[in-house]
Design a protein around this ligand. Structure first.
Ligand code: URA
Length: 436
């Protein structure tokens, strides 16, 4: 062995910077199974507490990227653009966005993740469609992309396998909210999937890993700088995660809301973000000259049913039951529901969105340990959002569940998440700024 894992852990514990070789050794050893989870957990916590500098972030991303293969998409003769979110609550944007962008003639190779901490994951959402296979081989990934125009899958066994392992470990060891670890996680898998360029939805606020605008700006800079070193074009849209996106939080509930959006309806904030991110993707692809023009094109694809058609094709192609897409009443529903009522009159002035995400996990929509199974039908429906007026006793949100064990905690979290004020608050701003 070139190094001892112990020395790498203590180096970071004591705040020393790693060399490229140390990082390569550690990531390689973990990917091969030579370094156990408990040592990597300790190292992750040391990184979380002491940070990684710009060079280390780049070395880590590069090591994770090269932990597996990099897809060659040269046989796809279309611009290839992907979008990724840094993680939010109720963030189902990809589900409507990818088919809409594909319907505009742009290939979208999308490797997605599972729920992470309090945030939901696209793979878990897709798996609430019975039979939907998110575990494609590289060959299948490319085939689906060619046939459907977009593909959504897990990382495959060979794309950035280091991220797949680290992601699952970070989820349960309190080591998610670190900008270097987030940068390396996102970019390693995004670059491995072979897209020409990437649009990042960098979430900011109480339901994001970066709670402040400054933190989100730092993450955006870390992402753009690291992407540039790796030769990829990347734009960051900093969007406001100060309240859940849309009304649904939880896997099948969010798929149902996305299908509404693909049918030309859906909540305004979800549709707005889909068109904004889609506008940027189409501009990256050179399909439109302005983001505004791209937004209109995406909107057309949602209204005309072309985006829905692509979505149905992808569900069919990945083994999912299209009956539930055609008739969302056929999704399994949770057996019980409880509404959480407001204890005051006034206006919703803020929502602690992380608490909403955590409440959804307490009723079964997410995991507390790597081995936990998800209840696809569990989650939260949000009735009141920022700026809405509310009366005492009126429902703020409804919890959907099958298992009552976390119910009391979930109710308390929702109750505490809402702040009710006497004045109507300023309008909620969905997008803060664009970087890169
Ligand atoms: N999304 C990812 O893929 N990785 C992270 O670390 C956070 C969000």
């Amino acid at each position: 062995m070139q190094f001892r894992p112990y020395d790498i852990i203590t180096a970071k514990r004591d705040g020393r910077a790693h060399t490229r070789d140390e990082i390569m050794f550690f990531i390689d050893g973990y990917t091969r199974g030579d370094i156990p989870d408990y040592q990597v957990s300790a190292w992750l916590m040391a990184c979380f507490l002491n940070g990684l500098n710009e060079d280390e972030t780049y070395f880590l991303t590069d090591a994770m990227l090269h932990s597996g293969s990099i897809l060659d998409l040269k046989t796809i003769h279309k611009p290839k653009v992907d979008k990724h979110s840094t993680g939010g609550v109720g963030d189902k944007i990809s589900l409507a966005l990818a088919p809409a962008v594909a319907a505009c003639g742009v290939a979208v190779p999308m490797t997605s993740g599972r729920g992470l901490g309090f945030s939901g994951g696209t793979l878990d959402k897709l798996e609430s469609i019975p039979g939907f296979n998110v575990n494609l081989s590289e060959h299948e990934f490319v085939q689906v992309l060619k046939e459907v125009g977009y593909v959504m899958s897990g990382q495959t066994q060979t794309l950035a396998p280091a991220d797949r392992k680290l992601y699952a470990l970070r989820d349960v060891t309190g080591t998610v909210e670190n900008l270097s670890l987030i940068t390396a996680s996102i970019l390693s898998k995004k670059i491995a999937e072979g897209a020409d360029s990437i649009v990042m939805d960098v979430k900011s606020g109480s339901g994001a890993f970066m709670k402040t605008l400054d933190g989100s700006r730092s993450l955006s800079h870390s992402l753009t700088q690291t992407a540039e070193k790796l030769g990829k074009k990347l734009t960051c849209i900093i969007s406001n995660m100060g309240q859940p996106l849309g009304r649904a939080v939880g896997n099948s509930l969010e798929v149902i809301e996305s299908i509404e959006c693909l049918r030309g309806g859906g909540p305004d904030d979800v549709v707005d973000l889909v068109t904004i991110l889609g506008g940027h993707m189409l501009k990256h692809a050179g399909v439109v000259e302005s983001v505004e023009g791209g937004r209109e094109m995406i909107q057309d694809k949602l209204r005309s049913g072309e985006a829905l058609e692509r979505f149905i094709h992808s569900v069919q192609r990945q083994g999912g039951a299209i009956e539930v897409v055609e008739d969302t009443e056929r999704f399994d529903r949770a057996g019980s529901e409880v509404s959480v009522a407001s204890q005051e009159n006034g206006y919703v002035s803020s929502i602690n969105t992380e608490d909403i995400g955590t409440a959804a996990i307490f009723v079964g929509a997410g995991r507390f340990t790597k081995e936990d199974a998800i209840d696809p039908s569990a989650g939260v429906n949000i009735h009141k959002k920022i700026g809405d007026s509310v009366e005492t006793g009126e429902a703020l949100a409804t919890l959907h569940f099958n298992n009552r064990s976390g119910l009391e905690r979930a109710i308390a979290l929702i109750q505490d998440a809402y702040e009710i004020g006497k004045q109507e608050p300023a309008a909620f701003q969905l997008v803060h700024e664009v970087i890169g």
